[in-house]
Design a protein around this ligand. Sequence first.
Ligand code: X2W
Length: 282
Amino acid sequence: MNRDWIATARTLSEALPYLQRYTGAVVVVKFGGNAMGDDEAMADFARDIVLMRQVGMNPVVVHGGGPMINDLLKKLGIESDWVRGKRVTDKRTVEVVEMVLSGLVNKRIVQAINDQGGRAVGISGKDDDLMVCEADDPELGFVGRPVEMNVQVIRDLYNAGIIPVVAPVATGMNDNETFNVNGDTAAGAIAGALQADRLLLLTDVAGVKNKEGEVITQMTPDEVHGLIADATISGGMIPKVETALKAVEQGVRAVVILDGRVPNACLLELFTEHGAGSMIRS
Ligand code: X2W
């Protein structure tokens, strides 16, 4: 008997308790632009999502696409500034953001999932008023902070066997407003409103690291506050852990920050004892 086949059968067998635990679970997966990689990496991600659906979970994909927005802004000769990890977004920029996120990036992910045999439907925060925003900070222009969530459209989609793929672009309280929403913020707000079982934040770092540079596998919200206070958590990780803390506060059972570039990152987290990345839960 081929050893690889035996190992494959064992792996499947060992996944049983996890498969049972996650039946019907709502898992929001934030797929960041930096985690996307090439077509092969995209296909691997899509296969994981289709597998999650196939074994009875309800995956919901919320994506970013910062690097892809940068590419088009550059081609158009539009400069972009960042303040506290968010893109300063004027009228011209928000048009580009919507084109790239709702168009290019959203449809690339939808297509990749469908190519793996799933049924993906792409929407943005505008569809069915899923996410209604206010201006986050006058300094940032059209950057939105979600103030009203209408997640029934997401439930309707997954209850119909469809995998929702959400672009973080939103409507405002006034007619005709469009807001650019940070992808992590959007994923956290959607996971919170759905009272999701898991929020997986796929990024391009291994997780939250301690002072020795080792990944911290489990943290409570109190421990996270301590790590921010003593500057162990800094820079780009701060908005991520803040999203995680808020999501846990809103009733998400656990948030995991993990490296989306690792092959099968979602499966590793959900279906093995080992897990992946850093988990934040009460
Ligand atoms: C982000 C939206 C995309 C995003 C932006 O304009 O780049 C804000 O900064 P990643 O790939 O997840 O970083 N919005 C307000 O979040 O993309």
